[in-house]
Structures are given as C-alpha cells and as structure tokens.
Design a protein around this ligand. Structure first.
Ligand code: TLP
Length: 339
C-alpha cells in the first residue's frame, strides 16, 4: 500500500523502473533535423497503432490539440466542439488567441445538432473547417463515446468535407471500455491527439497522428509554438513503453474505479453524477454539513489526495499507482469521515 494515495488525476503517475532504464539507454539525435531515432520510432509506432500514416511527438495534450487546430484551419474559420470539452474549457482560450478561430459549441453527442451547426455558403458566414470530438469524453467523467456515434459523426463530416479532430487524451481508456481495437475509433479521424503522460504513465508527452501532409504542417506549427525539441529520445523512450505496454493494462484501473464506486455508493451522502465507465469518478455530497473542500482536507489527513472540483463536485481518478488495497483503505476513510 502507498503512503500517499493520489486520486487527483492520472497525470500524477510516476514512470516505471523500465521507463527509467529506457531513458538512460535511449539513442538520441537532433529532433528538429528529424535525427532522433527513438522519437522517429515512437512517431511511427503511434501512427501505426492508431491506423494513420505519420505521427508527431509533442510536449503536452494542450500543445497537441492546438497544433492540430492551427494546422486544420485559417484565422476567421469556425470550429465545432462541445461546450463540455477540454479544448473549450481548459486550454486557456488558445484556439482563439493562437489560431484565431471562432468556436461554435454544440452537444457533440447529437449528430443532428452538429449538422445544423455547419455553416452554409453565405457572404455573412465564416467557414466551418473542423469538428472536434473528445474520447473519452469530459475530463471529469471519462465517458467512452460509443463506436456507432463516432461512426455517424465521421460519416456526416465526410459528407460535408469537414475534417474531424479527436482529442483522445485518454483514447486507450475509451478503447478498453468499449472493448475495441483503438483503430476502430481513430482510423477515420483526420487527426488524433493522445497523451502518453496520463494513465500511460510516461513522464511527459503526447502524440498527434494523421496523414503525411497533415503531420508535415503540424510539425511546422509545433516549431512555431517553440516546440521543436532536440535530443528528446530520452523522453520518447518511456513514451514507447507507455504506448506498447501501459496502454494494455488500463482495465485494471477501470476495475479499481468500479470497486471504489461500489464501496462509496452505499454511503447515503455520496451522490454519483454518472456511471463509472473508465477510470474517473465524479460525485457530490448530499444532506451533509460537510463541504467538498472539508471532505478533501479530512481525506488528506489520512494520506488521500483528492481534487475538489468546480460546482461542489469531487473527481477521483484511478491509475497504475493505485492498488485494490489503496481503494479499500480509501473506502474505509470515507466511511470514518462520513458515518
Ligand atoms: N486534463 C487534465 C486537466 O487539465 C483537467 C486532467 O487532469 O484530466 N484533453 C483532455 C480531454 C484532457 O483531460 C487533458 C488534460 C488535456 C487534453 C490536456 O493535456 P495536458 O495536460 O497534457 O496539456
């Protein structure tokens, strides 16, 4: 059992001993010259795994999403996204400031709404040039988007000739929950971003995949953002382990999330806001004088870190550094504090 049990996010995962060993031994080169063999290997393998031609190693999920938006659009264009998405809420308004695009928020789970939001040819309109999906959906809930829904959106986008970008920060969690090969939900997208540094436990990094021409443009945008990196094979090496090994164990985290939910659900004060489908739980407290912030402080006294979120909600995320024993200890702590 760990001395600190950290449920704030799966971004807190620490690199595995194999990752540290791989970092030490990584072959490197100047990646701006595309001379780094480890980065190249990671880019090729990421693309192959998701069913695309080429890949690009970027610093973070935010950089990956924003590189894609810029590479797909021109200033003044309009992009369709969900008002609950990370790009809309948690990327510091970068789509506006960096790409100069106007966002058109719609319920992305409702294809007719997406279709209705696509601008027609009209002298007054800006042009719709991108549709952004997120899978798993909502950083605070982690809902896998059903394959049929994703297919429907790819179909309508293709009918209108509009590219689709997938913010797949947790795409392997989504694939595991849907019990599909990740390609089934990524191959038809025009670009996909996924994170190596969340549940996959790499210390840093995200990947963008797409066709060769798109990745060539994205590489240039990354350079524009100051994201041209040099001997980063030392960072791509743990990324390879994240991609090849860690992406195949996420069911364990989902099991632990369900175990935690089952333990907390009988507590009358816990009001779950959704079904637990991946590694994320979101709830609020009912009928209690205790605030979410106080609950979080009381848990911290017992070595359990949580993130009191917006609107009196608490989010808890399971990951490879949380064991079933940690989950049992956490349920015990909740019982002591709330009963
Ligand atoms: N999400 C973080 C926070 O920013 C909320 C987290 O702890 O979940 N897309 C999605 C869907 C994300 O959840 C995140 C990070 C990102 C993009 C951005 O990734 P980073 O943090 O690497 O820039």
């Amino acid at each position: 059992m760990n001395s600190i049990i950290d449920f704030r996010s799966d971004t807190v995962t620490t690199p595995t001993p194999e990752m540290r060993e791989a970092m030490k031994n990584a072959l490197v080169g100047d990646d701006v010259f595309q001379d780094d063999p480890t980065v190249r290997e990671l880019e090729e393998k990421a693309a192959e795994r998701l069913g695309h031609e080429a890949g690009l190693f970027v610093v973070s999920g935010t950089m990956g999403n924003q590189v894609c938006i810029k590479a797909h659009t021109r200033s003044g264009d309009e992009i369709i996204l969900d008002p609950r998405s990370h790009i809309f809420n948690h990327e510091v308004g970068m789509a506006a400031s960096f790409s100069g695009v106007q966002v058109h928020p719609v319920d992305i789970w409702n294809p007719p709404e997406i279709e209705a939001a696509i601008r027609t040819e009209d002298i007054h309109h800006s042009e719709t040039t991108l549709i952004c999906l997120e899978n798993s959906f909502e950083s605070f809930r982690g809902r896998p988007m059903p394959v049929a829904l994703t297919e429907q959106i790819y179909d309508l986008a293709a009918r209108h000739g509009i590219p689709v970008h997938v913010d797949g920060a947790r795409i392997f969690n989504a694939a595991a929950a849907l019990e599909v090969n990740v390609r089934e939900i990524t191959a038809r997208a025009d670009s996909v971003m996924f994170c190596l540094s969340k549940g996959l436990a790499a210390p840093i990094g995200s990947m963008v995949v797409g066709n060769r021409d798109f990745i060539r443009r994205a590489r240039k945008v990354r350079k524009m953002m100051g994201g041209g990196m040099r001997q980063v094979g030392v960072l791509a090496a743990p990324g390879l382990i994240a991609l090849e090994v860690m992406s195949r164990r996420l069911d364990e985290d989902h099991r632990n999330a369900r175990l935690l939910a089952e333990g907390l659900r009988p507590l009358p004060q816990i009001d779950f806001l959704h079904e637990v489908e991946t590694n994320i739980l979101l709830f609020r407290l009912r009928d209690t004088s205790l605030s979410i912030e106080t609950l979080s402080e009381r848990l911290l006294e017992r070595g359990i870190k949580t993130l009191p979120g917006e609107h009196g909600q608490m989010r808890m995320v399971t990951h490879k550094d949380i064991s079933p024993e940690d989950v049992s200890a956490t349920i015990e702590a909740f019982r002591d504090i709330l009963m």
